[in-house]
Design a protein around this ligand. Structure first.
Ligand SMILES: Cc1cc2nc3c(=O)[nH]c(=O)nc-3n(C[C@H](O)[C@H](O)[C@H](O)COP(=O)(O)OP(=O)(O)OC[C@H]3O[C@@H](n4cnc5c(N)ncnc54)[C@H](O)[C@@H]3O)c2cc1C
Length: 403
């Protein structure tokens, strides 16, 4: 049985090795000169390979496609991933939030382990796959033809493991969606996910400022979502863990209102009482002195402008309504949403091959026999923390099991 896998990324490598062990004749095509270019940059070069939690917890972190993913996840979960890598002599460690990394902190060790797992696979690098089509039936068996760098190859089965359409320099240029469409598959609109956010506000002066314990809140299309944790300002917007997470929920919204709670541990009343105390103790100081006790000093001018209070005003001149407005703005600092950064800046791509046309137990196309889709090319996406690589591994595993 000859199988082609298009893509030597996380899912393609996992699948390739498993199929060789089942006795298949496996060829992996990649237009890069080596395997795992995206894997190499994952987890800031440390590769967060999975998230050590049970399936129920895992699925809470899947933004789209959770139901479809269930069978794959139950057949190969994050504990299986850790065992898989440990069996390949890659030691792992668990960090904050159940994130699993190689003990060496080197993503290159993860790639090495996957390549070891792939012993026996025929790798064709520098081969840009431009077309996949159905060959003429041979003895009633439907074969598929892969065109790579101008040459045609015939296979019994073809697996599209081409990834998404972001961070294109790693090789994932969205060609998998074109292959799917050429077979009549529906591709759900692709948009960036886990992506920085651009603001209309002038935040240039805040560039590099990091907030550790803030809550970022969004109202969008009648819904609400919020994340607590760390974020930072870029030259024209915001990024960091809570921003990336939020972006995955608002990336299809028609309208978005954003705000920041700078004091999530306090209620509005508690905050107002604290302000009252601070005012009493510092009557003759400028209000900016009080602000500096409540937030990083570089944020003060931006904050003062947002709540419409002159920073140089003396505390004893601040009116009751102004004090109330200050407390309210501390709990709800409005940020003017412009858009997400472009698709290429998303850690992953949301959208992709429509799930109702794929069998969730085999990952075979329901439209074309012997054609399969795994990994990020599917309309599945999850939050940060190792979930997306686990999706690549789980979908590959179940495909191998049932092929
Ligand atoms: C900066 C960054 C950090 C990340 N960190 C993490 C992390 O720490 N943990 C985590 O879980 N997830 C992380 N992710 C997400 C994760 O890397 C992806 O979800 C995962 O790699 C998807 O696996 P895949 O096999 O579907 O696709 P990929 O790993 O992208 O592999 C696709 C392969 O297909 C090849 N290809 C595409 N089209 C063609 C073609 N036409 N011809 C030939 N070859 C082709 C590409 O060259 C590529 O090698 C990160 C992503 C980015 C961008």
């Amino acid at each position: 049985m000859k199988v082609a896998i298009i893509g030597a990324g996380a899912s393609g490598l996992m699948l390739g090795g498993l199929l060789v062990k089942k006795g298949f004749d496996v060829t992996i095509f990649d237009h890069n000169e080596k395997a795992g270019k995206k894997l190499f940059i994952t987890g800031k070069g440390r590769c967060n390979i999975t998230n050590l939690c049970d399936e129920t917890e895992f699925l809470k972190n899947v933004v789209r496609g959770g139901k479809f993913l269930t069978s794959a996840l139950y057949s190969f979960n994050s504990y299986d991933t850790v065992e898989f890598f440990n069996n390949l002599h890659l030691k792992t460690k668990v960090e904050r939030g159940n994130r699993v990394f190689p003990e060496s902190d080197k993503s290159s060790d993860v790639i090495k382990a996957l390549l070891k797992h792939c012993e026996g696979v025929n790798f064709l690098y520098n081969q840009n796959v431009t077309d996949v089509k159905v060959a003429k039936s041979v003895e009633n068996e439907q074969k598929l033809v892969v065109t790579a760098s101008g040459k045609e190859y015939v296979f019994d089965k073809v697996v599209i493991a081409t990834g998404g359409a972001s961070y294109k320099t790693t090789g994932s240029d969205g060609s998998g969606y074109k292959f799917a469409e050429s077979f009549g598959h529906r591709v759900e609109k692709i948009v960036p996910a886990l992506c920085p956010i651009k603001l209309n506000d002038d935040v240039h002066a805040l560039m590099g400022l990091s907030l550790k314990n803030a809550t970022l809140k969004a109202k969008f299309d009648g819904k609400n979502k919020e994340f607590f944790g760390e974020m930072m300002f870029t030259g024209d917007g915001i990024t960091g863990p809570i921003v990336l997470s939020l972006s995955s929920y608002i990336n299809r919204a028609k309208s978005v209102e954003l705000s920041l709670d700078l004091k999530p541990a306090l209620t509005l009343e508690q905050l107002d009482a604290r302000l009252l105390r601070d005012f009493e103790e510092n009557k003759n100081k400028n209000i900016s002195y009080i602000f500096k006790g409540l937030m990083p000093s570089s944020l003060v001018p931006f904050f003062a402008k947002k709540c419409g209070v002159d920073e140089s005003k003396k505390v004893h001149d601040i009116l009751k309504e102004e004090r109330r407005k200050i407390s309210e703005t501390l709990k709800n600092l409005p940020l003017s949403f412009n858009s997400l950064y472009p698709l290429d800046a998303g850690i992953i791509t949301s959208g992709g091959v429509a799930l109702d046309e794929i069998n969730p137990k085999t990952f075979e196309s329901k439209l074309v026999k012997n054609l399969y889709f795994i990994g990020e090319v599917l309309d599945i996406d999850a939050l940060t923390g190792g979930f997306n690589l686990q999706i690549a591994f789980s979908t590959a595993f179940l495909t191998a099991k049932n092929m």
